[in-house]
Design a binder for this molecule. Structure first.
Ligand code: GLC
Length: 477
């Protein structure tokens, strides 16, 4: 089968969040199962530094976005058997950041329209176009309306995966014509309309053949009014074409038994000594003194979605009880400052790394006892899966994929539990969960049992890749 993955980011070339992990590792798994996969992403400014070899120039695709004459330069490279196609236009993508510009709507309209023209140019006739989030969601709308009679796309089917429903690609209704050359009728008939504007994500939900999200629980949440970010109406109308599969992780990349980035490699056989050495190395590298209490790790985008405010509220209490904290991430300025504040107040127990370092991330996963992820919402979450793989017990809020990937400890189930969780997004919730974590840490027998359950849990992509393939096959027939 030929699958085109269309997304705004992908490992190993460009990443701002879990989306990049999913695009790459799912594609790799599909290639491993014998399928042809092409990943199409914008050629951002930062990509050159990540490319191991120069990509091949494959030509220009010239088109119009209403009054604009546009040109996409097409580059291609092969990574792990995946064809990576980079769509270049420096005016739109030659910038420092991936997102956050006033013209993001225009930038990704350009991208989708370019991809539609590039696939025929490269003679890659996809059985499936698998789009991800609002940035790529207009692909089926464009092709199903404008290329209705185009033999190239006659058999193509469309799958849309929702990774983050908080971002809906909101545009002025005039953008349909002004950016996409599409008729206003698509607004008037309601198919792209969302709360008086156009939402590319909603349009993708209406026009795709199947819709998925990244965990079964998040699928259920998206069908409720409170948990759907306004999308429950349209998703209910597609309920039978809508499913939820949890993400996996790349178990080769994240493997404590073979990880050159950490101080001491370890497996289920030498977890105690392995974790101990990694802890000592991390504390030393960040100038901390070992207080003897549990080490809480946090590797995350620092945004309100991730529950950072709860961590900030609860941490002083835990630090006073001897806990330690290692943070890596970047994001909203106020939240970055909150951690800087904790570090100033508890300089011997708290390390904060604002920014991204793959090595430091691995070190935190390997060294920590607990991994904090008290998200307000979490379609799937990847950090908790990586943490488990390194024998680090996730402490999470029970939402979305966090509910699906963690069996919460309840004092009686240390033989099967794979984390600690709480329900309510408030101080009481995080207080309950972290108290339980402190208590479990003192009970080393049960602590080690839970840690072991985490370490041996299968978080690979295999099962979910097969589920995606099942959806593709159902469509292609
Ligand atoms: C988004 C979601 C996260 C999910 C990731 C990959 O970042 O917030 O929960 O794991 O996409 O699907």
């Amino acid at each position: 089968m030929k699958i085109a993955m269309v997304a705004s980011e992908s490992n190993p070339l460009v990443k701002s969040g879990g989306l990049a992990d999913v695009i790459y590792s799912l594609s790799r798994e599909l290639v491993g199962m014998g399928h042809e996969v092409m990943i199409l992403i914008p050629y951002y400014k930062g990509i050159d530094a990540r490319l191991l070899k120069k990509p091949e120039y494959r030509g220009n695709y010239v088109f119009n976005m209403s009054w604009r004459d546009c040109c996409a330069e097409v580059f291609e490279t092969n990574i792990d058997g995946i064809r990576f196609v980079l769509v270049k236009n420096d005016r739109y993508f030659g910038r420092d950041n991936l997102y956050g510009y006033f013209d993001d709507g225009e930038r990704f309209a350009f991208f989708d329209m370019a991809v539609r023209g590039i696939l025929p140019m490269l003679d890659f006739k996809p059985d499936i176009i698998h789009t991800h989030d609002w940035q790529a969601a207009m692909m089926p709308v464009l092709i199903k309306t404008e290329n209705k009679n185009d033999p190239f796309y006659a058999k193509t089917k469309y799958v849309l995966t929702i990774h983050n429903p908080a971002f809906k690609g909101m545009l002025d209704p005039a953008a349909l014509d002004n950016l996409y050359n599409l008729p206003y009728l698509l607004y008037k008939d309601g198919s792209t309309e969302f709360e008086g504007r156009v939402s590319t994500l909603k349009a993708g939900i209406v026009y795709s053949d199947k819709i998925t999200t990244v965990s079964p629980t998040h699928r259920d949440e998206l069908l409720t009014e409170e948990g759907s970010f306004g999308l429950s109406g349209v998703l209910k109308s597609r309920e039978y074409d809508f499913c939820g599969f949890v993400n996996g992780i790349d178990v080769a990349e994240f493997n404590p038994a073979n990880d050159k980035l950490i101080a001491k490699e370890f497996s289920a056989k030498n977890t105690v000594s392995g974790k101990k050495e990694n802890r000592a190395a991390l504390l030393k590298a960040s100038f901390l003194e070992d207080s003897g209490g549990p080490l809480f790790g946090l590797v995350s985008r620092l945004t309100f979605q991730k529950g950072i405010d709860l961590v900030y509220e609860i941490m002083p209490k835990l630090l006073q009880q001897g806990a330690m904290l290692a943070v890596l991430g970047s994001g909203e300025y106020g939240l970055e400052q909150a951690f800087e504040d904790l570090r100033r107040r508890y300089p011997r127990q708290v390390s904060v790394y604002i920014g991204y370092s793959n090595k430091r991330a691995h070190e935190i996963y390997a060294a920590s006892d607990y991994f904090l992820m008290p998200s307000s919402f979490e379609p799937c979450g990847i950090g908790q899966l990586i943490a488990q793989r390194y024998g680090t017990i996730p402490v999470v809020r029970k939402t979305g994929g966090l509910a699906d990937t963690i069996l919460p400890y309840n004092r009686k189930n240390a033989d099967v539990a794979t984390g600690i969780s709480f329900d309510d997004y408030d101080y009481g919730g995080i207080d309950y969960a972290t108290n339980l974590a402190m208590e479990l840490y003192k009970d080393q027998k049960n602590f080690k049992a839970v840690r072991k359950n985490c370490l041996v849990k299968d978080n690979s992509w295999k099962k979910s890749a097969e589920l995606y393939l099942g959806v593709y096959k159902e469509l292609v027939g």
